[in-house]
Design a protein around this ligand. Structure first.
Ligand SMILES: [Zn+2]
Length: 438
């Protein structure tokens, strides 16, 4: 018999593997490989996935890391988070519009100063990575220099990030307002400097929400969306009933809230709309036709009392849905905790969301929402190795719960309610270690 020539790989990482391969909305799909492994090349791409013994027959690794008693799963994807709100988690007693005015706008003015941005931006990415989040869609402040600082920190941290400078030209303190021409100039400069950088940093056009933008601002952003075809678009939509009333007052000619974005060419497969709680049937139909993506932000919706997200209405229309922490209305940097809250919201609606669906929302669903499904979101051969490693034996109550458990999905589900960031052992982006617990 001819001996098999083994392929050299840069790194073989071993541990139990949790992965999903397609959308559980149509085809429930979650796999566990105990004593599994990933073979990774020098560019951080996945060469092989399988049991450790089968991969060892195929590959000759230059390095090997064995995470005993640990699970390797795709790095989570947060599709809605505000950098300048990171220090405002837990501000009491307001719903959306009052909360913005009382707590958030003053903080965003403070975080627009380059010194503050410098002080907190590396901490922001540390916090994401330590919670197992490897990719995020981030809203910065409306200030271009502090957004540039945030991009620099993303670059240094090793995280994968899509970042946008918030655009607003009305209904906000003057320090946060930029004219349409200033905003265009700042956005284009950031796009040319950062979009596509290192293959893991991208730009997102970011109207805050239509009440804070004039028609001229929305039109200009729509034109930039046309001009820069790879750039993403992110904003808020249909979060709160008073917000919807305000949109009606400010856009008397628009047929509904969605129309205020639709009219200016801001809705397509590159758009992520956060919240989408109170959308009408017509709006949901048009979102499906336009292939817009949704970011569900459950801890934020509970905190501000915004409402209960109708997940089934979006899955029926096969609208790509993902999850966001929405820090600082959201109460945790952890997507694990966020998924737990997503489950509770559907229970309050007397609806079910399966464990495989929850796993999908934070992995492949997030990747699809960001147009990164060919790069990340699961452990398919050829994709980038973005991995989080969780060691559930570190917490005795979780260890006992896991040992009593019969299925991998049950083990994953229980982790959502026991999560603490100390359980995250290591995190890799592009196959490179970006966090290791000491
Ligand atoms: Zn938000």
């Amino acid at each position: 018999m001819k001996p098999v020539t083994k392929q050299v790989c840069a790194h073989l990482i071993r541990g139990t593997i949790w992965n999903c391969n397609s959308s559980p909305f149509s085809d429930p799909d979650f796999e566990e490989i105990s004593d599994g492994a990933l073979a990774i090349d020098s560019q951080g791409r996945i060469l092989g996935l399988g049991t450790a013994s089968s991969l060892k027959r195929l590959f000759k690794p230059k390095n090997e890391t064995h995470f005993k008693d640990s699970v390797l799963l795709p790095g989570f994807i947060d599709t809605h988070i505000h950098f300048p709100q990171m220090n405002q988690i837990g501000c009491h007693g307001e719903s959306l519009l009052g909360w913005l005015e009382k707590y958030i706008y003053p903080e965003e003015i403070r975080m627009s100063h380059p010194q503050q941005a410098q002080r907190f931006s590396s901490l922001f990415f540390d916090e994401l990575l330590q919670n197992g989040t490897t990719t995020s869609l981030i809203l910065s402040s409306s200030d271009a220099s502090s957004t540039d600082i945030l991009f620099n920190s993303a670059k240094d941290s090793g995280a994968r990030a899509i970042i946008g400078k918030v655009s607003m030209d009305r209904l906000a303190p003057k320090e946060l307002i930029r004219s349409v021409s200033q905003d265009k100039d700042h956005s284009e400069r950031l796009i040319s400097k950062w979009h596509g950088k290192e293959g893991r940093l991208f730009y997102a056009l970011t109207p805050r929400f239509s009440p804070a933008c004039s028609n001229a601002m929305l039109r200009m952003l729509g034109e930039l969306a046309q001009k820069y075809s790879g750039v993403r678009i992110q904003t808020h939509f249909s979060e709160n009933l008073d917000e919807i009333k305000l949109v009606k007052k400010l856009f008397p000619k628009a047929k509904d809230y969605l129309h205020t974005y639709e009219d200016f060419g801001l809705l397509n497969e590159r758009t992520v709309l956060a919240h989408c709680i109170h959308a009408s049937a017509s709006e949901i139909n048009r979102m499906a036709k336009l292939k817009v993506n949704v970011s569900h932000c459950p801890t934020s919706n509970l905190f501000l009392g915004s409402g209960l997200f109708p997940m089934d209405a979006y899955s029926r229309k096969e609208i790509t849905t993902s999850v966001g922490t929405d820090i600082g209305a959201g109460t945790s940097f952890s997507i694990w905790t966020t998924l737990g809250a997503a489950y509770k919201i559907q229970r309050l609606r007397h609806q079910d969301v399966s464990t495989a669906q929850l796993f999908y929302l934070a992995t492949l669903g997030g990747a699809k929402a960001l147009g990164l499904e060919n790069e990340v979101g699961n452990f398919e051969v050829g994709k980038k190795a973005d991995i989080q490693v969780i060691n559930w034996k570190k917490k005795s109550i979780l260890k006992a719960r896991m040992e009593n458990s019969q299925t991998a999905l049950d083990r994953f589900f229980s982790c959502l309610f026991h999560f603490e960031k100390d359980l995250i052992e290591a995190v890799f982006v592009d196959g490179k270690p970006v966090f290791a617990r000491q």
